[in-house]
Design a protein around this ligand. Structure first.
Ligand code: DGT
Ligand code: CA
Ligand code: CA
Length: 582
């Protein structure tokens, strides 16, 4: 009889867990069944022992004297006791597809059924498996039925939802399309996507929709019949949760119009902000909930967000600040920042044209910038090293500069086009174009596009060297991250920002939804170092100029006002600020 888990020796538990996992993985690989059984038997044996294997080794016992344990298993047991892990496990983990390894960790799924799923469905990820389950393809497989299919889907969704966050490149189109669908029903008075999405975080765990409307049940019903719904987690008279086909969870709540403000505060969060707010209310003898602010049984606020904050003695706090990062103290003392808004932006300092990898000509990009009311746009195509992007040679860049001069001369009243470049920072920190060429421009935007994995000292030195270049204006997307695809590179950002401050140049908050680099955190560091930030769309098409708002949101999350941003300056002031970088 195995002992109750809590009484088991930790070394024996570790050995059993590792041997069981090895057996599972070998089984998926269809290894020799005797080998598989040897690991399972050994796991069961150590689980049932009252003496710890560590204690046995300490007293010099011979493990091969145990039933079924040969020299090989004995050596692995010693390895696990001494190192906590086992090289063999690491090796078989790399031989089995990673999602199968994850699959084996789902409750109730053994290696036999994992193998069937892998072989019969030709699946390569847990996402695909979730989609197959949602499409009822699992129940037809040998050894599965409708019930095990729905249990599997539940376990998968819980697993996927726990680990996964979605970048705005996925979440925003998703929220926009769902909003359009719901509003088209004609059932809805107000709809807000609350949660981390409303706070403007660069990734979201799920979407939280808050709605008012007359017929609550009908609204919920309309929601769960959205064509992108893959799976309903729950549905009640005023709320429902679903998983969309792309894996994102959406929680919807229909609330009473007279409590909309209270619900909005509650479901916008963040949770730490809510908790701080609740404490503040309690100190005044008030209770705050998703239904309103109460003194005893009397409801004293709740219709609007402002009424909720006012009831606890605060001005309204912008959602981007609601992270319990000091905003409640600032609100109490009347020192909330006057946050930057998109309309403060006077131009865009990172834009591509069809000369490199953009889709549109100078003229078309300028026309779109004019519609946005900009005073200026910097044309910053790639340098030659970025061959896939058709980077500009010195000659082509000079020709573009001439074209820009002509354009400006012929387009009175249009945004002024600035002559720029997005020059590649090479591996050694030098720039990808000669000084003479760079010196003719209005600004030089520099960025790394390769060698993202250098060690931190080398990466930092590389970027510091680039910043030191006599013609360096703005460091673009400093960390090189691509949300969901590539991690930020290892660089000492604080040191880089200090150097930028000393050199008198600038840093970019790239507003592409997959980049948002600098992030809110990076923007905060820049402000601490006294570095002005260029919020830039990095547009590759006219529509991309609208990315600007995402960058402004990150800046607001960093408590930025208008003066913290380079491109809120009118043209003359901007040119002065750029001139001393050149
Ligand atoms: P996410 O989805 O991980 O990106 O982050 P949120 O902030 O959207 O979190 P979520 O979706 O779990 O919940 C939405 C909001 O609901 C959250 O920001 C605050 C509120 N909320 C959720 N659970 C609690 C709770 O246990 N206590 C309090 N005070 N508020 C909560
Ligand atoms: Ca959420
Ligand atoms: Ca949620």
């Amino acid at each position: 009889m195995p002992l109750a888990a809590s009484y088991q020796n930790p070394a024996n538990q570790a050995i059993a867990a590792i041997f069981n996992e090895i057996a599972d993985l070998l089984e998926v690989e269809q290894a020799n069944p005797f080998r598989v059984r040897a690991y399972r038997n050994a796991a069961r044996l150590v689980e049932g022992m009252t003496e710890g294997v560590d204690a046995m080794l300490a007293r010099g016992a011979d493990l091969t004297a145990l039933p079924g344990i040969g020299t090989d298993l004995a050596a692995k047991m010693r390895e696990i006791v001494e190192t906590g892990t086992c090289a063999m496990l690491a090796r078989v983990r790399t031989e089995v597809p990673p999602y199968v390894v994850q699959l084996l960790q789902l409750p109730g799924l053994g290696s036999k059924r994992a193998r069937i799923l892998q072989h019969e469905l030709g699946i390569t990820s847990l996402d695909e498996l979730a989609r197959a389950a949602a499409a009822h393809r699992i129940r037809e497989l040998h050894g599965f039925g409708a019930r095990s299919e729905s249990r599997l889907l539940e376990a998968l969704n819980a697993h996927l939802a726990r680990d996964r966050r979605y970048g705005l490149a996925i979440a925003k189109p998703c929220a926009d399309a769902l909003t359009r669908y719901l509003m088209a029903s004609g059932l809805i008075d107000r709809l807000v996507v609350a949660g981390s999405y409303r706070r403007g975080r660069d990734t979201v765990g799920d979407l939280d929709l808050l709605i008012t409307g007359k017929n609550r049940a009908q609204i919920v019903d309309h929601f769960v019949h959205y064509k992108e719904v893959a799976n309903r987690i729950s549905a009640g008279p005023t709320r429902a949760s679903v998983v969309l086909k792309n894996g994102m969870q959406v929680d919807l709540r229909v609330v009473r119009a007279d409590a909309f403000g209270a619900a909005l505060v509650y479901f916008t969060g963040s949770k730490p902000h809510n908790i701080a707010l609740r404490k503040l209310a309690q100190a005044q003898g008030l209770k705050i909930s998703e239904y309103g602010v109460f003194r005893g049984k009397e409801r004293i606020a709740g219709q609007t967000e402002a009424s909720v904050y006012q009831a606890v003695g605060l001005p309204w706090i912008a959602p981007e600040l609601r992270e319990d990062h000091g905003e409640i103290d600032a609100a109490r003392s009347g020192t909330l920042p006057l946050l930057i808004e998109e309309r403060d932006i006077k131009g865009d300092l990172h834009v591509h044209t069809s000369a490199s990898d953009g889709t549109a000509s100078l003229e078309v990009m300028a026309a779109q910038a004019r519609l946005r009311g900009y005073q200026y746009v910097a044309v910053t195509d790639h340098s030659p090293r970025i061959a896939v992007a058709h980077g500009l040679t010195a000659e082509r860049l000079a020709a573009q500069a001439d074209a820009i001069d002509r354009f400006n001369a012929e387009h009175e009243g249009w945004p002024v086009l600035l002559k720029g470049v997005e020059v590649d920072i090479l591996e050694d920190g030098s720039l990808d174009l000669p000084d003479a060429v760079l010196g003719r421009l209005d600004l030089v935007v520099g960025a790394i596009h390769s060698h993202f994995n250098l060690p931190v000292a080398q990466q930092t030195a590389r970027i510091l060297r680039a910043i030191d270049h006599p013609h360096f204006s703005i460091l673009a997307h400093p960390l090189g991250r691509l949300i969901g695809e590539r991690n930020a590179c290892n660089v000492d950002l604080k040191r880089v920002l200090t150097a930028i401050a000393q050199r008198g140049c600038y840093v970019e908050a790239n507003a592409q939804p997959t980049r948002l680099d600098l992030s809110d955190y990076g923007c905060r560091l820049a402000k601490m170092e006294g570095v002005l930030v260029s919020i830039a769309s990095d547009a590759h098409s006219p529509a991309d100029l609208a990315n600007m708002s995402l960058g402004v949101t990150q800046a607001r999350r960093a408590w930025f006002g208008q003066t913290d941003v380079l491109n809120t300056r009118p043209l003359d002031a901007l040119l002065t600020l750029l001139k001393h970088t050149m």
